[in-house]
Write a protein that binds this ligand. Structure first.
Ligand code: FCB
Length: 458
């Protein structure tokens, strides 16, 4: 017997992308260089030696892409703005052609009844700012506010959903501590300063966005990894506390007025990552600015982490420690499929921090299933992944969580950062030689879900 889970009225169904991962046109129409343009050129940084130079060529194909979104029934589209298209040097001179591109995109979305959900920063920092030092510098946070101001002054009449940052954990830790993402540094003190300036720039940008975009919803997106200890031993419990602090609490706590977690500051001082006096990057007023009231919390969720004290959490990206699930339950990223983690996370976030509302701003799976002999792309594992996570989200709503929307990662197969094109997250297949777009079965399924405002469980 099938069971239907109906979502609340006006639940916002969408799909997400980001500028560097899909746009291409890396040096066209006055765009400046970004840290990803630079980083991808360093031999050995990207698994397949590729870059986002062309990616899905969305910069040229945006019109047909929006027509496709309409066919898929999307109600909303989450995309990001390439900062170096707008301010090629990071601040100062504005590149009108860059603004025009996004302005046309927004108009076309609205003409198709698709709500634009705009992320300002999805990691493509202007290289000019990195040359000065990048996010470890306070001046980068100031430049971000200028960027937010320029963009929202031009789009704020039509865009009414703003995300300041996507996943500051990745921007700071993968970029400045682990070094797997641009700019590729491995420097703990720099990464911690970067995390502070990312959050600070969010806090400073929120009032600017509100001023330039009347009535808009403004928030931030964090990535969370649901962490559980591998055993009840004191050592595993403590390792789990540390991982949760490093990955989750370090970012969410200051945003909700709780300062940086004291246990983590102590751990970082012990490890020599911070001086004995703690977070010296903090200036008077910073924590109040970071804790600015927002309208929603964006949640990106992919997997959980099982934490064992003998593993070193900071040694790599996800999942950092032990895998208990059999391999057939991992996606091709090596991430365990664990839908219950989304339920646990949404409940924890809402009841602990009380954001007025939440959106799942990313959730999805990497499977490379391609076309069969009939030309159809039967990505049943992705479809199951999405359905089971939506079911978990639905349970969270039933438990009282004000979840207001869900965005699949991703609309398209795209440039998956250091993994290049080896990973396919899209509900639409991209043939990178012809740039043909082929909706997968999961896209057809998602269209029906949107139409019904419901999922069916067997
Ligand atoms: C998230 C990123 C997104 C994509 C997915 C798989 O961390 O926000 O750009 O790479 O992971």
């Amino acid at each position: 017997m099938t069971r239907q889970c109906i979502f609340p009225d006006h639940f916002l169904w969408g799909a997400a992308t980001s500028s560097y991962q899909i746009e291409g046109a890396w040096n066209e129409d006055g765009k400046g260089e970004s840290i990803w343009d630079r980083f991808a050129r360093i031999p050995g940084t990207i698994e397949d030696g590729s870059s986002g130079d062309v990616a899905c060529d969305h910069y040229h194909r945006w019109r047909e892409d929006i027509a496709l979104m309409r066919e898929l029934g999307l109600r909303s589209y989450r995309f990001s703005i390439a900062w170096p298209r707008i301010l090629p040097n990071g601040r100062g001179k504005v590149n009108q052609a860059g603004l025009d591109f996004y302005s046309r995109l927004v108009d076309e979305l609205l003409a198709h009844d698709i709500i634009p959900f705009v992320t300002l920063y999805h990691w493509d920092l202007p290289q000019a700012l990195q040359d000065e030092g990048g996010w470890p510098l306070r001046s980068t946070a100031e430049a971000f506010v200028e960027f937010a101001d320029v963009v929202s002054r031009h789009l704020g009449d039509r865009v009414k959903h703003w995300i300041t940052h996507n996943e500051p954990w990745c921007a700071s830790m993968l970029g400045y501590q682990i070094g797997r993402h641009a700019p590729g540094l491995q420097n703990w003190p720099a990464a911690l300063a970067a995390s502070h300036h990312l959050l600070l720039s969010h806090g400073w940008a929120v009032p600017v966005l509100r001023r330039n975009s009347l009535g808009a919803e403004v928030g931030i997106t964090l990535n969370f990894t649901h962490a559980i200890p591998a055993s009840p031993s004191a050592a595993d419990l403590d390792a789990c506390r540390h991982f949760d602090g490093y990955f989750n609490r370090w970012f969410i706590d200051p945003l909700y007025g709780r300062h940086y977690p004291a246990d983590m500051v102590a751990d970082y001082i012990d490890a020599g990552y911070l001086p004995p006096e703690g977070m010296t990057a903090i200036e008077p007023g910073d924590l109040q600015a970071i804790a600015v009231q927002t309208d929603f919390l964006g949640v990106n969720y992919y997997t959980r982490a099982i934490i064992r004290s003998t593993a070193i959490p900071e040694s790599d990206n996800l999942p950092p420690t032990v895998q208990l699930a059999p391999q057939e339950e991992w996606t091709e990223m090596g991430w365990e499929v664990y839908p219950d983690g989304l339920y646990e996370l949404l409940v924890r976030l809402y009841f602990n921090y009380r954001p007025p509302k939440l959106y799942v701003t990313e959730n999805g799976a990497s499977y490379s299933d391609g076309a069969g002999s009939d030309g159809r792309i039967c990505d049943t594992r992705r479809q199951r992944y999405l359905r089971d996570h939506l079911s978990a989200a639905h349970r969270a709503i039933a438990a009282g969580v004000p979840l207001s929307g869900y965005f699949v990662w991703s609309l398209f197969d795209n440039f998956e950062w250091d993994k290049g094109y080896t990973q396919r997250f899209g509900i639409v297949w991209i043939d990178y030689t012809t740039q043909q777009r082929i909706p997968k079965e999961s896209a057809a399924w998602y269209r029906k879900v949107i139409e019904a405002n419901a999922i069916e469980l067997d």
